[in-house]
Design a protein around this ligand. Structure first.
Ligand code: ADP
Ligand code: ZN
Length: 514
């Protein structure tokens, strides 16, 4: 199809003047009958990639989408544009479902949205309808390598066998290389053409802060921009409610949002946020999917996210209008420990722990954060971005060999049987019960670090952990253990570079299992 015709369709049906990057190529690829894998960031404009072909193709486009709650919105907005669409899911009566299926058979509908669990409702009709395109949204849900695995997706592989000559378009915002291959394999795609749109969102600033006093930091941050709205992502439902309450108390229009709240309350909050009647939503990750608000000016992560995919999707909800927007991530040592525990107890523990480790490395980065993010998504960047905290404030290193020697020998003297707080107490010569009860005050190395503050010791030891000289045994009450590399510092004169950048605090985690 010529570029003129496609542009005319885009304008006529959706009101847009030009295509976003990759949209036109993806559409042409589908129209040529080829299986396609489209990887685009949130807000990149994935929907057009199947909605426009649906209009051009003779038969019906089936859209598989996991989010029942969003189907109605999508179908409504298609209808508002004069496009015949419907959805079929378990929330409907069987009469209603039958009516839609009859419409499909009569070719009165161009697009049908269906949840993977509900695909069986359509099966009887398959032989009587012409399927021109199958679009699988949130395709990463099929892969256990992804971060949002959904068992119902694993059955979708049969679609290719059922409709061998119908092109399949798999769409996702979040796929690393392993996940991409897995999506393609599991859907039985035939030589799919893969499109990866740039994930770079230059207008989003990136910043990581230690979580010390994070509520106060958040309040100061919001007070600084009274007319700008944003989202604070928290890991637990409880935190969303507590934080919203604290903000309300000082007169900030804030609401909590999580999956445990009543549907009505949730959609009210959503509407208020979209209409700028609510300035701040304190939310779990349940908030944001499908929310089309272009002027979200900032996103804060109260807790460390579980993985980079989730983090990137969530910060991506800021600044969709392309204007400068801020993102801040609070990193706490306690959160990391807690998340490691969850991950190791959950499904696919090994994969999830590895993903968490990447997330932590990002937060601990001492080089341009955007480079790290983009390389995670397979983009090679050579220039530093200039819009992250590291670029704006490069860390200064100093010779921390003596500090490292003191800390590591403290760990050794305590026989690798204590967690971080006791080690710091020991170094600082504390007279607390945790020291005296065990007679630690009589050991060598006791109080050799009284000149350094508790907080700084804490930071330095975390840096030593990140540098690989010691580690946290999170299955053994978080005891600090030495690694083989510690020997080099203790006995072989290896030099250690530390930085004064504050990265962590060891406050107790506020995460509880949601
Ligand atoms: P995604 O599913 O990738 O997150 P959407 O398909 O919901 O993104 O699109 C995000 C926003 O961008 C929507 O508001 C959509 O209307 C808008 N959009 C999509 N394509 C274009 C385009 N070519 N020009 C302008 N706006 C677009
Ligand atoms: Zn940078």
């Amino acid at each position: 199809m010529t570029t003129e015709i496609l542009h005319a369709k885009l304008k006529e049906n959706f009101g847009f003047e030009k295509f976003r990057p990759n949209q036109e190529d993806i559409i042409n690829c589908i129209l040529s009958g080829q299986d396609t894998l489209a990887i685009m960031p949130t807000g990149g404009g994935k929907s057009i990639c199947f909605q426009l072909p649906a209009l051009v193709l003779p038969g019906i486009t089936i859209v598989i989408s996991p989010l029942i709650a969003l189907m109605k919105d999508q179908v409504d907005s298609l209808k508002a544009n004069g496009i015949a669409a419907c959805y079929i899911n378990s929330s409907q009566s069987s009469e209603e479902q039958q009516l839609h299926i009859q419409n499909l058979k009569d070719n009165k509908v161009k697009l049908v949205y269906v949840a993977p669990e509900s695909l069986s409702y359509l099966e009887n009709a398959f032989s009587q309808i012409t399927v021109s395109l199958i679009a699988i949204d949130e395709a990463h849900c099929i892969s256990a390598w992804g971060h949002d695995f959904r068992p119902a997706y694993t059955n979708l592989g049969y679609l290719k066998n059922r409709f061998p000559s119908t092109p399949i378009l798999a769409l996702t915002a979040t796929a690393d290389k392993a996940t991409r291959t897995d999506i393609s394999d599991q859907l039985n795609l035939i030589n799919p053409k893969i499109f990866v749109a740039s994930f770079d969102r230059k207008n989003l600033s990136l910043e990581v802060r230690p979580a010390l006093d994070r509520v106060k930091q958040i309040i100061d941050f919001i007070k600084d921009k009274p007319n700008e709205c944003g989202i604070v992502y928290c890991l637990s439902r409880k935190t969303t409610e507590e934080l919203a309450e604290k903000l309300q108390k000082i007169g900030i229009k804030a609401k909590a949002y999580h999956a445990g709240l009543d549907n009505k309350i949730r959609s009210k909050t959503q509407d208020e946020f979209i209409n700028d009647d609510c300035q701040v939503v304190c939310a779990t990750i349940a908030f944001g999917m499908g929310i089309d608000k272009s002027n979200v000016r900032w996103v804060i992560h109260y807790n460390l996210p579980k993985n980079i995919e989730g983090y990137y999707q969530e910060i991506g909800r800021a600044g969709r209008d392309g204007l400068p927007s801020e993102t801040v991530l609070f990193e706490s040592y306690g959160d990391v420990i807690q998340l490691q525990k969850f991950a190791s107890e959950g499904l696919n523990a090994e994969v999830q722990l590895a993903k968490l480790e990447r997330m932590k490395q990002y937060a601990d980065a001492l080089s341009c954060r955007r480079k790290i993010l983009l390389s995670y998504f397979g983009e090679l960047v050579t220039e530093n971005c200039g819009n992250c905290d590291i670029c704006k404030n490069p860390p200064a290193f100093f010779d921390g060999t003596i500090i490292a020697q003191k800390a590591l020998s403290a760990v050794m003297r305590l026989q690798e049987s204590e967690a971080l707080p006791v080690i710091v107490d020991f170094l600082r010569g504390s007279k607390s019960a945790s020291i005296y009860d065990k007679g630690y005050q009589n050991l060598k190395t006791y109080s050799v670090g009284a000149d350094i503050s508790w907080h700084d010791w804490n930071q330095y030891i975390i840096q030593l952990i990140n540098l690989g000289y010691c580690e946290i045994a999170f299955h053994q009450q978080n005891k600090i253990k030495l690694t083989a590399f510690a020997k080099k510092v203790l006995f072989e004169g290896e030099k250690v570079q530390l930085t004064t950048v504050l990265k962590f605090n060891a406050e107790k985690s506020e995460i509880s299992q949601a």
